[in-house]
Design a protein around this ligand. Structure first.
Ligand code: ATR
Length: 271
């Protein structure tokens, strides 16, 4: 019997991962289950020691602990090291290593939509934790120009420097006429009620070259990124496929079993 878990704060109980991973374990015939743990910030080290003590076979980590968990782990994959964040903990005996499947999950989700990032121009909105995985993924996959748009000039410039991207602030008028094949929203804002100013800004973008708009958030009604894409005949994808792809990659790291993203997607849609 294998037990997996997700570490987060109260948001652990809202995560779709326990239901979906438990369903996939059953589907592939691995006896096991996946449980959510709400961990207080000052107990994170104890929680990681608990992974060893309780014999937990593998874990996900999500907001707000993707960075905070790093000092408690025994090592990091090169990707997690470059991104500076961990979403997957792999156990080998008592050794716990941190990985990041968000970046490769993002790339897989683009390729599932027939978008190959090599040689393309990408404009990424946001300066948060998820932005780092997306910027790392795009530069690693050989995108020719990656631009990062943030509202805080300092954060935007330092993030751009770290990942070799071009910074642009959201109040820069030049943003409206930038040319990009791919537009990615990694901010937490998808609906008009979350930020009228940002919805208006996106509505004004003139991205004639754009072939795909991605909003990495999932399940938002009244999504202005989607409205923007659809009104211009551009393909749109929300964060569902990225979630499914990062989950399938974590599952493969823990179990050695490759499960098609479509299986994760179908359990995600059933929820
Ligand atoms: P995560 O780590 O999951 O990416 P986060 O760190 O909370 O989440 O990041 C949220 C992102 O959305 C940040 O880039 C945030 O911008 P700031 O860093 O300037 O706070 C961005 N964001 C949130 N509300 C926003 C708004 N109204 N307009 C523009 N960006 C916004």
């Amino acid at each position: 019997m294998k037990v997996f878990c997700i570490l987060s704060d109260h948001r652990a109980f809202k995560s779709w991962s326990p239901a979906v991973h438990t369903a996939v374990l059953a589907r592939v015939g691995i006896p096991g289950l996946y449980v959510p743990f709400c961990v207080a910030a000052d107990m994170l080290g104890d929680a990681v020691r608990g992974i060893r003590a309780l014999g937990i076979a593998g874990a996900n980590v999500t907001v707000p602990y993707k960075e905070a968990i790093i000092p408690f782990l025994d090592g990091l994959s090169p990707g997690a090291e470059s991104i500076g964040a961990v979403n997957t903990v792999v156990r080998s005996g008592d050794v716990l290593s941190g990985h990041n499947t968000d970046a490769d999950g993002f790339l897989e989700s683009l390729r599932l939509r027939g978008f190959e990032p090599r040689g393309t121009r990408a404009l990424v909105f946001g300066t948060g934790g998820a932005t780092r995985a997306v910027l790392y993924a795009l530069t690693d996959a050989g995108a020719a120009h990656v631009m990062v748009a943030g509202r805080d000039p300092q954060k935007t410039v330092s993030l751009a420097r770290r990942f070799g991207a071009l910074p642009v602030t959201m109040d820069d008028p030049a943003l409206r006429s930038l040319k990009a094949d791919l537009l990615v929203n990694t901010t937490s804002v998808s609906t008009r009620s979350e930020s009228i100013a940002m919805a208006d800004l996106v509505g004004d973008l003139s991205v004639e070259a754009c072939r795909l708009v991605v909003d990495i958030n999932y399940g938002r009604a009244d999504n202005f990124w989607q409205a923007f894409a659809e009104s211009r005949g551009i393909a749109f994808v929300d964060g569902g496929p990225m979630l499914a792809c990062q989950a399938r990659l974590s599952f493969a790291l823990w179990t050695g079993v490759e499960v098609d993203a479509a299986v994760f997607m179908s359990f995600l849609e059933d929820r």
